[in-house]
Ligand binder design. Structure first.
Ligand code: PXP
Length: 257
């Protein structure tokens, strides 16, 4: 599975800023429209149990008003399942969720949580929603995802991104985490799983991830929304697209040279 690398723009943190004041501004729907005009391939939004950023109304409006495919990030709970089945987004990415965490801290335990995940995956699939599991690049988790019958996994790039900023781009810890992602993507391909990646990606650290030829989609949010403060959302998305395209072109070129 090789080909064009899609960019999903996660707009959660537009809602975070809106919610800081409780009014309607800035509107995540407007961000989705700007992302579409800037060449994003999809919109990603996480409806959390505590509604700290996106709200039920946001999801309803995204499904009704935005032409781009919506990737709904959700915990495997009855409440979220009912919402996903009602709105039938293009895709749902099942993530672990803990109320006290600042952001999604680790991958889903697909291996240990199989019993609870099976009915959720089944119900979403029946509803025509493309299901992915957000997992660490751990072979046991990828095997468990394949056993659950999902078509897609998203590799958690958080550990790589953290090492990148804490230890440096070429530090052994960073290269080790990158290697885990490369091997995870290869393992996913061997299992017939489409591979996505995301969490913590920035202009500086995205290139080696975008260069993995079997990664088909990147989901990026916090950094793009933060950059939008300085240069606008349109500009931050277009720059990320350009870095992505160069990384992918260089990696495919170096493989055929
Ligand atoms: N992918 C998944 C599954 C996520 O949970 C998140 C964060 O909501 C992202 C990608 C985007 O991460 P970031 O906001 O750090 O770019």
């Amino acid at each position: 599975m090789k080909g064009r690398l899609r960019l999903g723009v996660n707009i959660d943190h537009v809602a975070t800023i809106r919610n800081a004041r409780g009014g309607p501004h800035p509107d995540p729907l407007r961000a989705a429209a700007v992302a579409q005009a800037a060449g994003a391939d999809g919109i990603t939004a996480h409806l959390r149990e505590d509604r700290r950023h996106m709200t039920d109304g946001d999801i309803e409006r995204l499904v009704a008003e935005i032409a781009l495919p919506l990737n709904l990030e959700m915990a495997a709970t009855d409440e979220m399942l009912a919402i996903a089945v009602k709105h039938r987004p293009h895709a749902a990415c099942i993530v672990p969720e803990r109320r006290e965490e600042v952001t999604t801290e680790g991958g889903l335990d697909a291996a240990g949580g199989r019993q609870g995940l099976e009915p959720v995956v089944g119900r979403l699939t029946e509803a025509g929603v493309r299901v992915s599991l957000f997992v660490d690049p751990d072979p046991a988790q990828l095997d468990a995802a394949a056993a659950l019958g999902v078509p897609v996994i998203e590799l958690h790039t958080g550990a790589y991104c953290e090492a990148f900023y804490e230890a440096g781009a070429t530090a052994p810890a960073t290269l080790g985490e990158l290697d885990r992602l490369v091997r995870g993507a290869a393992h996913a391909e061997a299992l017939g799983l489409e591979c996505h990646a995301g969490h913590g990606l920035t202009f500086d650290n995205v290139t080696p991830v975008a260069a993995i030829p079997t990664v088909m989609e990147l989901n990026i949010g916090h950094f793009l929304i933060g950059e939008a403060i300085f240069g606008g959302l349109d500009s931050s998305i277009k720059r990320m697209r350009a870095i992505r395209d160069k990384a992918r072109a260089d990696s495919l070129g170096s493989r055929t040279a």
